[in-house]
Design a protein around this ligand. Structure first.
Ligand code: OAD
Length: 234
Protein backbone atom coordinates (compact mmCIF):
# COMPACT_ATOMS: atom_id res chain seq x y z
CA UNK A 1 0.00 0.00 0.00
CA UNK A 2 3.05 2.31 0.01
CA UNK A 3 2.61 3.93 -3.41
CA UNK A 4 -1.05 4.78 -3.00
CA UNK A 5 -2.07 8.43 -3.03
CA UNK A 6 -5.54 8.83 -4.56
CA UNK A 7 -8.27 6.63 -3.15
CA UNK A 8 -11.88 6.14 -4.24
CA UNK A 9 -14.17 4.09 -2.01
CA UNK A 10 -17.64 2.89 -3.00
CA UNK A 11 -20.03 1.68 -0.32
CA UNK A 12 -23.33 -0.17 -0.56
CA UNK A 13 -25.97 -1.46 1.81
CA UNK A 14 -23.54 -4.00 3.34
CA UNK A 15 -21.61 -1.25 5.14
CA UNK A 16 -24.76 -0.34 7.10
CA UNK A 17 -25.99 -3.91 7.66
CA UNK A 18 -24.29 -4.26 11.04
CA UNK A 19 -25.99 -1.03 12.14
CA UNK A 20 -29.33 -2.77 11.56
CA UNK A 21 -30.26 -1.12 8.23
CA UNK A 22 -31.71 -3.87 6.01
CA UNK A 23 -29.95 -4.48 2.67
CA UNK A 24 -31.92 -4.25 -0.60
CA UNK A 25 -31.49 -7.81 -1.76
CA UNK A 26 -31.51 -10.03 1.33
CA UNK A 27 -32.00 -13.80 1.37
CA UNK A 28 -35.72 -13.37 0.53
CA UNK A 29 -34.81 -10.95 -2.29
CA UNK A 30 -37.01 -8.27 -0.72
CA UNK A 31 -36.41 -4.81 0.75
CA UNK A 32 -38.64 -4.44 3.83
CA UNK A 33 -41.26 -6.69 2.22
CA UNK A 34 -41.13 -5.09 -1.26
CA UNK A 35 -39.22 -5.82 -4.45
CA UNK A 36 -36.99 -2.78 -4.76
CA UNK A 37 -38.34 -2.20 -8.32
CA UNK A 38 -41.88 -1.89 -6.86
CA UNK A 39 -41.11 1.16 -4.72
CA UNK A 40 -38.09 2.78 -6.33
CA UNK A 41 -39.20 4.01 -9.75
CA UNK A 42 -40.71 7.33 -10.91
CA UNK A 43 -43.51 5.32 -12.59
CA UNK A 44 -44.65 3.76 -9.30
CA UNK A 45 -44.42 7.18 -7.64
CA UNK A 46 -46.74 8.70 -10.29
CA UNK A 47 -49.16 5.78 -10.02
CA UNK A 48 -49.20 5.40 -6.23
CA UNK A 49 -47.51 8.37 -4.51
CA UNK A 50 -49.00 7.45 -1.12
CA UNK A 51 -47.39 4.00 -1.13
CA UNK A 52 -43.98 5.37 -2.10
CA UNK A 53 -44.10 8.36 0.26
CA UNK A 54 -45.15 6.31 3.27
CA UNK A 55 -42.57 3.62 2.45
CA UNK A 56 -39.78 6.22 2.39
CA UNK A 57 -41.26 8.00 5.45
CA UNK A 58 -40.79 4.73 7.35
CA UNK A 59 -37.20 4.35 6.11
CA UNK A 60 -36.44 7.97 7.14
CA UNK A 61 -38.00 7.51 10.59
CA UNK A 62 -36.02 4.28 11.09
CA UNK A 63 -32.74 6.24 10.87
CA UNK A 64 -33.40 7.56 14.37
CA UNK A 65 -33.05 3.98 15.67
CA UNK A 66 -29.64 3.15 14.13
CA UNK A 67 -26.07 4.29 14.73
CA UNK A 68 -22.90 4.28 12.63
CA UNK A 69 -20.85 1.09 13.11
CA UNK A 70 -17.10 0.40 13.19
CA UNK A 71 -16.89 0.50 9.37
CA UNK A 72 -18.43 3.99 9.12
CA UNK A 73 -16.16 5.24 11.92
CA UNK A 74 -13.03 3.76 10.33
CA UNK A 75 -13.85 5.40 6.98
CA UNK A 76 -14.36 8.75 8.72
CA UNK A 77 -10.96 8.33 10.40
CA UNK A 78 -9.36 7.58 7.03
CA UNK A 79 -11.00 10.70 5.59
CA UNK A 80 -9.68 12.83 8.48
CA UNK A 81 -6.14 11.45 8.35
CA UNK A 82 -5.44 10.57 4.71
CA UNK A 83 -3.15 13.32 3.37
CA UNK A 84 -3.89 12.81 -0.34
CA UNK A 85 -7.04 12.74 -2.48
CA UNK A 86 -9.86 10.61 -1.18
CA UNK A 87 -13.48 10.33 -2.26
CA UNK A 88 -16.10 8.22 -0.51
CA UNK A 89 -19.01 7.51 -2.85
CA UNK A 90 -21.99 5.87 -1.20
CA UNK A 91 -25.02 4.31 -2.84
CA UNK A 92 -26.70 4.38 0.55
CA UNK A 93 -29.50 6.80 1.25
CA UNK A 94 -29.00 6.58 5.04
CA UNK A 95 -26.95 9.23 6.86
CA UNK A 96 -24.55 6.95 8.73
CA UNK A 97 -21.38 8.06 6.89
CA UNK A 98 -22.37 11.68 7.58
CA UNK A 99 -23.01 11.00 11.26
CA UNK A 100 -19.68 9.15 11.60
CA UNK A 101 -18.00 12.32 10.31
CA UNK A 102 -16.97 11.58 6.71
CA UNK A 103 -16.58 14.86 4.82
CA UNK A 104 -15.24 13.93 1.38
CA UNK A 105 -18.51 12.10 0.71
CA UNK A 106 -20.98 11.91 -2.18
CA UNK A 107 -24.44 10.32 -1.99
CA UNK A 108 -24.76 9.15 -5.60
CA UNK A 109 -28.28 7.71 -5.05
CA UNK A 110 -29.55 10.66 -3.01
CA UNK A 111 -30.49 10.89 0.67
CA UNK A 112 -33.50 10.00 2.79
CA UNK A 113 -32.97 13.19 4.76
CA UNK A 114 -33.44 15.45 1.77
CA UNK A 115 -36.65 16.49 0.02
CA UNK A 116 -36.80 17.61 -3.62
CA UNK A 117 -39.50 20.05 -4.72
CA UNK A 118 -40.83 19.21 -8.18
CA UNK A 119 -42.33 22.69 -8.37
CA UNK A 120 -39.25 24.89 -7.74
CA UNK A 121 -36.51 22.22 -8.09
CA UNK A 122 -34.92 23.09 -4.71
CA UNK A 123 -33.59 20.48 -2.30
CA UNK A 124 -34.20 20.93 1.44
CA UNK A 125 -32.83 18.96 4.42
CA UNK A 126 -35.81 16.90 5.66
CA UNK A 127 -36.40 15.00 8.90
CA UNK A 128 -40.13 14.38 9.05
CA UNK A 129 -42.78 12.80 6.84
CA UNK A 130 -43.57 13.65 3.21
CA UNK A 131 -46.77 11.61 2.91
CA UNK A 132 -48.80 14.40 4.56
CA UNK A 133 -48.11 16.77 1.62
CA UNK A 134 -46.11 19.42 3.51
CA UNK A 135 -45.36 22.78 1.87
CA UNK A 136 -41.98 23.32 0.25
CA UNK A 137 -39.97 25.64 2.56
CA UNK A 138 -38.49 27.37 -0.51
CA UNK A 139 -41.54 28.11 -2.69
CA UNK A 140 -44.50 27.22 -0.47
CA UNK A 141 -46.07 24.83 -3.00
CA UNK A 142 -47.94 21.92 -1.41
CA UNK A 143 -47.88 18.31 -2.60
CA UNK A 144 -44.78 18.66 -4.77
CA UNK A 145 -42.07 17.35 -2.45
CA UNK A 146 -40.65 13.89 -3.20
CA UNK A 147 -37.84 11.91 -1.59
CA UNK A 148 -34.50 13.14 -2.96
CA UNK A 149 -33.61 9.60 -3.99
CA UNK A 150 -32.33 8.43 -7.38
CA UNK A 151 -34.83 5.85 -8.59
CA UNK A 152 -34.40 3.26 -11.34
CA UNK A 153 -34.18 5.01 -14.70
CA UNK A 154 -32.94 8.29 -13.15
CA UNK A 155 -29.40 9.67 -13.37
CA UNK A 156 -27.19 9.22 -10.29
CA UNK A 157 -25.77 12.40 -8.79
CA UNK A 158 -22.25 13.80 -9.18
CA UNK A 159 -21.17 11.44 -11.97
CA UNK A 160 -18.67 13.97 -13.37
CA UNK A 161 -16.84 14.24 -10.05
CA UNK A 162 -16.92 10.48 -9.58
CA UNK A 163 -15.58 9.80 -13.09
CA UNK A 164 -12.76 12.30 -12.57
CA UNK A 165 -11.78 10.75 -9.23
CA UNK A 166 -11.87 7.22 -10.70
CA UNK A 167 -9.65 8.26 -13.61
CA UNK A 168 -6.98 9.43 -11.12
CA UNK A 169 -7.35 6.68 -8.53
CA UNK A 170 -4.44 4.54 -7.36
CA UNK A 171 -6.73 2.41 -5.22
CA UNK A 172 -10.43 1.64 -5.66
CA UNK A 173 -12.21 -0.11 -2.78
CA UNK A 174 -15.76 -1.43 -3.00
CA UNK A 175 -17.47 -2.29 0.28
CA UNK A 176 -20.72 -4.20 0.81
CA UNK A 177 -22.38 -3.85 -2.57
CA UNK A 178 -23.86 -6.68 -4.62
CA UNK A 179 -22.87 -5.22 -8.02
CA UNK A 180 -26.42 -5.40 -9.37
CA UNK A 181 -26.90 -1.71 -10.11
CA UNK A 182 -25.07 0.38 -12.72
CA UNK A 183 -23.26 2.73 -13.12
CA UNK A 184 -21.80 1.91 -9.65
CA UNK A 185 -21.20 -1.73 -10.63
CA UNK A 186 -18.98 -0.49 -13.47
CA UNK A 187 -16.69 1.67 -11.31
CA UNK A 188 -14.28 -1.26 -10.82
CA UNK A 189 -13.70 -1.40 -14.59
CA UNK A 190 -13.18 2.37 -14.91
CA UNK A 191 -10.69 2.31 -12.04
CA UNK A 192 -8.90 -0.74 -13.45
CA UNK A 193 -8.54 0.86 -16.88
CA UNK A 194 -7.08 3.93 -15.19
CA UNK A 195 -4.43 1.71 -13.59
CA UNK A 196 -5.82 1.56 -10.03
CA UNK A 197 -5.47 -1.43 -7.79
CA UNK A 198 -8.97 -2.75 -7.03
CA UNK A 199 -10.09 -4.32 -3.77
CA UNK A 200 -13.50 -5.63 -2.73
CA UNK A 201 -14.70 -6.16 0.85
CA UNK A 202 -17.94 -8.13 1.15
CA UNK A 203 -19.57 -10.72 3.37
CA UNK A 204 -20.09 -12.99 0.34
CA UNK A 205 -18.82 -13.01 -3.24
CA UNK A 206 -20.70 -10.42 -5.33
CA UNK A 207 -21.66 -10.18 -9.03
CA UNK A 208 -18.49 -8.18 -9.64
CA UNK A 209 -15.96 -10.12 -7.48
CA UNK A 210 -14.14 -11.66 -10.50
CA UNK A 211 -13.34 -8.16 -11.81
CA UNK A 212 -11.35 -7.12 -8.69
CA UNK A 213 -7.63 -7.67 -8.14
CA UNK A 214 -8.44 -8.87 -4.63
CA UNK A 215 -11.58 -9.79 -2.68
CA UNK A 216 -11.66 -10.09 1.10
CA UNK A 217 -14.64 -11.91 2.57
CA UNK A 218 -16.06 -10.98 5.97
CA UNK A 219 -18.17 -8.39 7.78
CA UNK A 220 -17.47 -4.74 6.98
CA UNK A 221 -17.29 -3.93 10.71
CA UNK A 222 -14.12 -6.06 10.92
CA UNK A 223 -12.59 -5.76 7.45
CA UNK A 224 -12.87 -1.98 7.05
CA UNK A 225 -11.09 -0.98 10.31
CA UNK A 226 -8.29 -3.45 9.41
CA UNK A 227 -7.91 -1.94 5.93
CA UNK A 228 -7.86 1.59 7.32
CA UNK A 229 -5.07 0.64 9.74
CA UNK A 230 -3.17 -0.92 6.84
CA UNK A 231 -3.51 2.27 4.79
CA UNK A 232 -2.64 4.71 7.60
CA UNK A 233 0.24 2.63 9.03
CA UNK A 234 1.80 0.77 6.10
P1 OAD B 1 -27.65 -5.04 -2.00
O1 OAD B 1 -28.70 -5.32 -1.01
O2 OAD B 1 -27.93 -5.37 -3.43
O3 OAD B 1 -26.31 -5.78 -1.60
C1 OAD B 1 -25.79 -5.73 -0.30
C2 OAD B 1 -24.42 -6.36 -0.30
O4 OAD B 1 -23.88 -6.23 1.00
C3 OAD B 1 -24.39 -7.86 -0.64
O5 OAD B 1 -23.38 -8.11 -1.60
C4 OAD B 1 -24.06 -8.54 0.70
O6 OAD B 1 -23.25 -9.70 0.54
C5 OAD B 1 -23.25 -7.44 1.38
N1 OAD B 1 -23.27 -7.50 2.86
C6 OAD B 1 -24.31 -7.78 3.68
N2 OAD B 1 -23.96 -7.67 4.97
C7 OAD B 1 -22.64 -7.29 4.97
C8 OAD B 1 -21.69 -7.00 6.00
N3 OAD B 1 -21.99 -7.06 7.31
N4 OAD B 1 -20.42 -6.65 5.62
C9 OAD B 1 -20.09 -6.58 4.33
N5 OAD B 1 -20.94 -6.84 3.31
C10 OAD B 1 -22.22 -7.19 3.63
O7 OAD B 1 -27.29 -3.48 -1.84
P2 OAD B 1 -26.49 -2.51 -2.82
O8 OAD B 1 -25.48 -3.24 -3.62
O9 OAD B 1 -26.03 -1.36 -2.02
O10 OAD B 1 -30.54 1.99 -4.99
O11 OAD B 1 -27.65 -2.03 -3.79
C11 OAD B 1 -27.38 -1.08 -4.80
C12 OAD B 1 -28.57 -0.21 -5.05
O12 OAD B 1 -29.72 -1.02 -5.31
C13 OAD B 1 -29.00 0.62 -3.86
O13 OAD B 1 -28.27 1.81 -3.72
C14 OAD B 1 -30.44 0.89 -4.12
C15 OAD B 1 -30.91 -0.40 -4.78
O14 OAD B 1 -31.72 -0.20 -5.86
C16 OAD B 1 -31.53 2.90 -4.79
O15 OAD B 1 -32.35 2.80 -3.90
C17 OAD B 1 -31.53 4.02 -5.72
Amino acid sequence: MREIRNIVILTGAGVSAESGVPTFRGPDGLWEGHRVEDVATPQVFRRDPELVQSFYDQRRAALARVQPNAAHHALAKLDAEWPHDLLLVTQNVDDLHDRAGSKRLLHMHGELKSAWCLSCDRRTPWDGALSNDPACPACGARGHLRPDIVWFGEMPYDMDRIDRALSRADLFVSIGTSGNVYPAAGFVDLASHAGARTLELNLDPSMTSPRFDESRLGPAGTLVPALVEELLNP
